[in-house]
Design a protein around this ligand. Sequence first.
Ligand code: MTE
Ligand code: LUZ
Ligand code: MOS
Length: 767
Amino acid sequence: MVNKEKNSATDNRTVVNIDAPNHVTGKSIYVDDIPGMEGMLYLKIFDSTIAHGKITSLDYSEAALVEGVEKIFSHKDITGENQIGGIIPDEPLLAEDEVHFMGQPILIIAADTEDAAEEALKKIKISFEPLPVITNPREAFAKGKILSPSRKFVLGDSAKAFSNCKYIFEGKTETNGQEHLYLETQGAYSMPTEHNSVKVFSSTQGPTAVQRTIARVLGVGMNNVEVDVARLGGGFGGKEDQASGWAAMAALVAYVMRRPAKCILHRMEDMRMTGKRNPYSSDYKIGLDEHFNILAYDVTFHQNGGAAADLSPAILERTLFHCTNSYHIPNVTATAHSCKTNLPPNTAFRGFGGPQGMFVIEAAIDHAAKQLGIDAMVIQQRNLLKDGSEFPYGQIVNECEAGSCWNEASSKFNIEKVKKTIATFNNQNDFLKKGLSVMPICFGISFTNTMMNHARALVHVYSDGTVGVSTGAVEMGQGVNTKMLQVAAETLGVNKSNIKLESTNTTRVANTSPTAASATADLNGKALLDACEQINERLHDFIRTLTGNDEDAIKIINEAVYINEEASVYTWKNIIQQAFMKRINLSAKGHYATPIIHYDKTIEKGHPFAYHVYGTSIHEVTVDCLRGTYEIDSVRIIHDAGKSINELIDLGQCEGGLVQGIGWMTMEEVVYNENGKLLSNALSTYKIPDIYSVPKEIDIEFLSTEKNNLAIMKSKAVGEPPLMYGIGSYFAIRNAVLAFNPSSNITYSSPITPEKVLMGLYHKSEQ
Ligand code: MTE
Ligand code: LUZ
Ligand code: MOS
């Protein structure tokens, strides 16, 4: 099952990321590396110092006099609409009379130098009349502050089912936010172009969203705005929607001043002004029969949305879609509220609400297991999805790999033996305790908003036989450009060295969905396939006119032309030259829209996902019970990769996702005080996993599951699913704490930081 044998460097499936050499030699270009043009303005943002209040006075006359300051923009200087809300128009670009979070932009300073802009910043005088600050989603909900209508998914009849349950357990969970910490901070560089237009280089996952937002803010057509993206130094969801504001600022200044303008956030500005993963506060109730079958599950989610909707309504929806993770539960009532608080608008982050939903069902199962005196894995395994199971949203499970991943992991990594070794270790050690957990995952692939699941690609074959490929995909480190290159090379039969991946540009490929939902390679790859096939068809027809036999079967492999399976005198290059002379169209635009998917929000039922990605991870940790510190000893994973198009890249995605998930669950602690001020506002106070805190051993094996699904060349999406393996490390640490102190009151609250571990280790029950 597991395919490890093929590893030759010439194998298409182990192609090295085309960006790797430039990344490691510092040649890759990010927005701030684009050389500034003559007359370029530097932007600085003046942002709110309180989390909620009315602006009673604002005086920037002195700041405007600083030498080098060209203009200070307030909301009154916006030529179009002061609105950047993506799903719901509830977010001004610049605050007007009220501020709703600390870090909310109020003014833009445009100056000849960064120093002048910084200097001006200090001279702005503002006063506020403070209003009550809410940071807690439950409190917001109790006060009726919601960002979008609440949602409810119902399967079966959980109220009735609970009355047939032998065991019922209820509880609460908390998951905290997560800072994206992309290496490249948010930023954009814009220049005025002819005919009332602007060109913008933006570090965005959503070039079209940036284009649409700029058009709205400037009050021009989308055809007046060209957005270009070479690559991102990471996005992780943080630039799916939240790149638009900075791009709109740079574009506004360029448009009004007729000068190039650059807006790049410094790290602490970025951390303060941008939203993070949505924290959730949730209630669960789980019911089981005497055989530990889960019969019923009720769950209520309170999502901390922050001060504006941003993508939170869509994130909320995905939480519901994944609220039963990879388990078959026949009776489910899941309710979700998006709560408005005075924090920066929270946003997409790898997993997009899915991880938050999955944590709760895992906590509920763990709770039941602890009370029943059994291992959580007994309940987990017993209730895994099978072909024919129904998800709470009505989609029927098929090509299910939940059981195969579990079984493969269990036998390959010998769970039974690990269990025994850990029990022995824990018996022999008083102040070191080990913990074990299993975390299965199931993640739906497609944008949950059906209309977003389409893409286009543009292929030019130049008359010398070289090829330029443009798609709507944004390269952000996940290797999508390399995958696109492989698709084009394989489909056209052209050597990779003759194909160039162009930047993502709204003028070349329009109306793109953001690079998100892990679906980028599927959507854009299939559009690219369509474009390449159109060109193939024209070339094959042309070759048949040369052979004079319109029955001939043509194939081009490695730039050699085969006719009826036999090598011919023709090569790719001479065929292209001849076709060009015969005025054959050597360009093609491909289009793809995912078939079969649909969803009816009015009844919350449908078939929203093209397919699901599965996997099983096994986590072993050791807790130092004197210090409360811990080490992740190992994480072993069987991952459902389909037939991976690029095993090196997909392995990197699994490792990166896993570690990012572990960070969210264990050490990354976003802290706001009760005034809505971000305390974890720098890398001295916000810790992400480094080489010392990653698992000592990571073993990831792909379950080769070449099936008839809608994945690109049968290679399943891989960007987000592995993040959710990280949840397993939380439960392994928790289990180690309980091995030391079985009566600990440690709650289901993440991240499980060393402080929380220490408190849990030494908690004394009241009796
Ligand atoms: N990998 C890297 N190196 N950098 C990133 O920013 N973003 C993740 C994931 N992997 C990200 C990454 C997120 S949030 C998503 S949705 C997917 O990549 C998007 O790309 P894909 O659709 O091509 O998988
Ligand atoms: N973005 C989005 C996403 O708009 N819809 C989604 O379903 C989604 N899923 C994951 C990540 N981003
Ligand atoms: Mo990823 S959260 O879909 O950008």
